[in-house]
Write a protein that binds this ligand. Structure first.
Ligand code: ADP
Ligand code: MG
Length: 163
Protein backbone atom coordinates (compact mmCIF):
# COMPACT_ATOMS: atom_id res chain seq x y z
CA UNK A 1 0.00 0.00 0.00
CA UNK A 2 1.36 3.44 -0.93
CA UNK A 3 1.77 5.77 2.02
CA UNK A 4 2.86 9.34 2.72
CA UNK A 5 3.03 11.60 5.76
CA UNK A 6 2.26 15.28 5.22
CA UNK A 7 2.54 18.37 7.38
CA UNK A 8 -0.43 20.72 6.96
CA UNK A 9 0.64 24.18 8.10
CA UNK A 10 -2.78 25.78 8.26
CA UNK A 11 -6.44 25.41 7.32
CA UNK A 12 -5.72 26.42 3.71
CA UNK A 13 -3.26 23.52 3.35
CA UNK A 14 -5.88 21.07 4.64
CA UNK A 15 -8.44 22.40 2.13
CA UNK A 16 -5.82 22.20 -0.62
CA UNK A 17 -5.10 18.55 0.19
CA UNK A 18 -8.84 17.87 -0.18
CA UNK A 19 -8.87 19.55 -3.59
CA UNK A 20 -5.77 17.68 -4.78
CA UNK A 21 -7.11 14.28 -3.71
CA UNK A 22 -10.42 15.09 -5.35
CA UNK A 23 -8.56 15.76 -8.61
CA UNK A 24 -6.83 12.37 -8.31
CA UNK A 25 -9.82 10.28 -7.22
CA UNK A 26 -12.86 11.72 -9.03
CA UNK A 27 -11.58 10.76 -12.54
CA UNK A 28 -10.96 7.25 -11.12
CA UNK A 29 -14.36 6.92 -9.47
CA UNK A 30 -16.15 7.63 -12.76
CA UNK A 31 -14.70 4.40 -14.17
CA UNK A 32 -15.74 2.18 -11.25
CA UNK A 33 -19.07 0.53 -10.45
CA UNK A 34 -18.41 0.82 -6.71
CA UNK A 35 -17.78 4.04 -4.84
CA UNK A 36 -14.29 4.91 -3.63
CA UNK A 37 -14.36 4.78 0.17
CA UNK A 38 -12.27 7.40 1.94
CA UNK A 39 -12.00 6.81 5.69
CA UNK A 40 -11.09 9.85 7.80
CA UNK A 41 -9.61 9.19 11.23
CA UNK A 42 -8.56 11.69 13.90
CA UNK A 43 -9.83 13.30 17.06
CA UNK A 44 -12.22 16.26 17.23
CA UNK A 45 -10.78 19.31 15.47
CA UNK A 46 -8.05 17.34 13.69
CA UNK A 47 -9.21 18.55 10.25
CA UNK A 48 -11.51 15.84 8.83
CA UNK A 49 -14.36 18.22 7.94
CA UNK A 50 -11.98 20.89 6.62
CA UNK A 51 -10.42 18.31 4.29
CA UNK A 52 -13.87 17.08 3.17
CA UNK A 53 -14.96 20.63 2.34
CA UNK A 54 -11.97 21.01 0.00
CA UNK A 55 -12.63 17.62 -1.57
CA UNK A 56 -16.32 18.37 -2.26
CA UNK A 57 -15.89 21.98 -3.37
CA UNK A 58 -13.46 20.96 -6.11
CA UNK A 59 -16.31 19.55 -8.24
CA UNK A 60 -19.50 20.70 -6.51
CA UNK A 61 -20.67 24.27 -7.13
CA UNK A 62 -22.98 24.77 -4.20
CA UNK A 63 -23.14 25.08 -0.48
CA UNK A 64 -21.22 22.39 1.41
CA UNK A 65 -23.15 21.60 4.59
CA UNK A 66 -22.08 19.84 7.76
CA UNK A 67 -23.42 16.30 8.19
CA UNK A 68 -23.05 16.55 11.99
CA UNK A 69 -26.77 16.11 12.67
CA UNK A 70 -27.95 14.45 9.45
CA UNK A 71 -25.09 11.85 9.60
CA UNK A 72 -24.73 12.06 5.81
CA UNK A 73 -24.96 14.80 3.16
CA UNK A 74 -25.29 13.82 -0.51
CA UNK A 75 -23.82 15.88 -3.37
CA UNK A 76 -24.99 15.01 -6.88
CA UNK A 77 -22.31 15.86 -9.44
CA UNK A 78 -23.74 14.71 -12.78
CA UNK A 79 -22.32 11.27 -13.58
CA UNK A 80 -21.01 10.65 -10.05
CA UNK A 81 -22.02 11.44 -6.50
CA UNK A 82 -20.16 12.45 -3.35
CA UNK A 83 -21.41 11.41 0.08
CA UNK A 84 -20.03 13.02 3.20
CA UNK A 85 -20.66 11.02 6.38
CA UNK A 86 -20.07 12.14 9.96
CA UNK A 87 -20.79 9.13 12.15
CA UNK A 88 -19.80 10.83 15.42
CA UNK A 89 -23.40 10.80 16.66
CA UNK A 90 -24.09 7.23 15.67
CA UNK A 91 -25.05 5.55 18.93
CA UNK A 92 -24.87 1.99 17.62
CA UNK A 93 -23.26 0.40 14.55
CA UNK A 94 -26.66 -1.11 13.66
CA UNK A 95 -27.92 2.41 13.11
CA UNK A 96 -25.55 2.65 10.15
CA UNK A 97 -27.52 -0.16 8.46
CA UNK A 98 -30.80 1.66 9.11
CA UNK A 99 -29.52 4.81 7.40
CA UNK A 100 -30.37 3.14 4.11
CA UNK A 101 -27.06 4.12 2.54
CA UNK A 102 -26.12 0.77 1.01
CA UNK A 103 -26.78 2.10 -2.50
CA UNK A 104 -24.36 4.97 -1.93
CA UNK A 105 -21.50 2.47 -1.90
CA UNK A 106 -22.71 0.60 -4.99
CA UNK A 107 -22.52 3.38 -7.58
CA UNK A 108 -19.81 5.59 -9.12
CA UNK A 109 -18.69 8.21 -6.65
CA UNK A 110 -16.74 8.84 -3.48
CA UNK A 111 -17.83 8.29 0.12
CA UNK A 112 -16.00 10.45 2.66
CA UNK A 113 -16.48 8.99 6.14
CA UNK A 114 -15.64 10.78 9.38
CA UNK A 115 -15.54 8.59 12.53
CA UNK A 116 -15.60 5.36 10.48
CA UNK A 117 -15.06 3.26 13.65
CA UNK A 118 -18.60 4.08 14.74
CA UNK A 119 -19.92 1.85 11.94
CA UNK A 120 -18.28 -1.14 13.62
CA UNK A 121 -18.73 -4.33 11.63
CA UNK A 122 -20.65 -2.45 8.92
CA UNK A 123 -17.61 -0.35 8.06
CA UNK A 124 -17.14 -0.28 4.27
CA UNK A 125 -13.78 -1.48 2.97
CA UNK A 126 -11.25 1.36 2.73
CA UNK A 127 -9.76 2.50 -0.58
CA UNK A 128 -8.06 5.51 0.97
CA UNK A 129 -7.23 6.08 4.64
CA UNK A 130 -6.34 9.46 6.13
CA UNK A 131 -5.20 9.73 9.75
CA UNK A 132 -5.24 13.33 10.95
CA UNK A 133 -3.50 14.46 14.12
CA UNK A 134 -2.42 17.62 15.89
CA UNK A 135 1.13 18.91 15.35
CA UNK A 136 1.37 21.90 17.72
CA UNK A 137 -0.85 24.55 16.09
CA UNK A 138 -0.72 22.78 12.71
CA UNK A 139 -1.86 19.31 11.65
CA UNK A 140 -0.23 16.22 10.25
CA UNK A 141 -1.83 13.51 8.14
CA UNK A 142 -0.82 10.01 7.15
CA UNK A 143 -2.36 9.01 3.85
CA UNK A 144 -2.54 5.38 2.67
CA UNK A 145 -4.07 3.95 -0.49
CA UNK A 146 -3.95 1.03 -2.86
CA UNK A 147 -5.62 3.10 -5.60
CA UNK A 148 -2.85 5.66 -5.94
CA UNK A 149 0.82 5.14 -6.76
CA UNK A 150 3.64 6.01 -4.38
CA UNK A 151 4.68 8.68 -6.87
CA UNK A 152 1.23 10.30 -6.83
CA UNK A 153 1.37 10.41 -3.04
CA UNK A 154 4.93 11.73 -3.04
CA UNK A 155 3.84 14.58 -5.31
CA UNK A 156 1.45 15.69 -2.57
CA UNK A 157 4.50 16.41 -0.40
CA UNK A 158 4.78 19.82 -2.02
CA UNK A 159 1.80 20.74 0.18
CA UNK A 160 4.09 20.20 3.16
CA UNK A 161 6.43 22.79 1.74
CA UNK A 162 3.82 25.54 1.68
CA UNK A 163 5.08 26.60 5.11
P1 ADP B 1 -12.79 17.57 12.55
O1 ADP B 1 -13.80 17.42 11.45
O2 ADP B 1 -11.65 16.61 12.43
O3 ADP B 1 -13.41 17.55 13.92
P2 ADP B 1 -12.60 20.29 11.63
O4 ADP B 1 -12.10 20.23 10.25
O5 ADP B 1 -14.06 20.53 11.82
O6 ADP B 1 -12.10 18.99 12.41
O7 ADP B 1 -11.91 21.42 12.48
C1 ADP B 1 -10.57 21.65 12.39
C2 ADP B 1 -10.26 22.98 12.97
O8 ADP B 1 -8.88 23.16 12.83
C3 ADP B 1 -10.92 24.13 12.23
O9 ADP B 1 -11.09 25.20 13.11
C4 ADP B 1 -9.89 24.47 11.16
O10 ADP B 1 -9.90 25.85 10.84
C5 ADP B 1 -8.60 24.14 11.85
N1 ADP B 1 -7.62 23.56 10.92
C6 ADP B 1 -7.82 22.73 9.90
N2 ADP B 1 -6.66 22.36 9.32
C7 ADP B 1 -5.69 23.00 10.02
C8 ADP B 1 -4.27 23.02 9.92
N3 ADP B 1 -3.61 22.32 8.98
N4 ADP B 1 -3.58 23.76 10.81
C9 ADP B 1 -4.22 24.46 11.78
N5 ADP B 1 -5.58 24.49 11.92
C10 ADP B 1 -6.30 23.76 11.06
MG1 MG C 1 -15.85 16.83 11.57
Amino acid sequence: MAEVKLKLADEAATVKLGERLSELLVPLCRTRAQAINILLYGELGAGKTTFSRGFIQRYYQGLVKSPTYTLVEPYACGDFALYHFDLYRLSDPEEFEYLGVRDYFAQPGCCLIEWPDKAGEFLPEADVILEFSYAHVARQVVLKSNLLSQQQLNELSELSDML
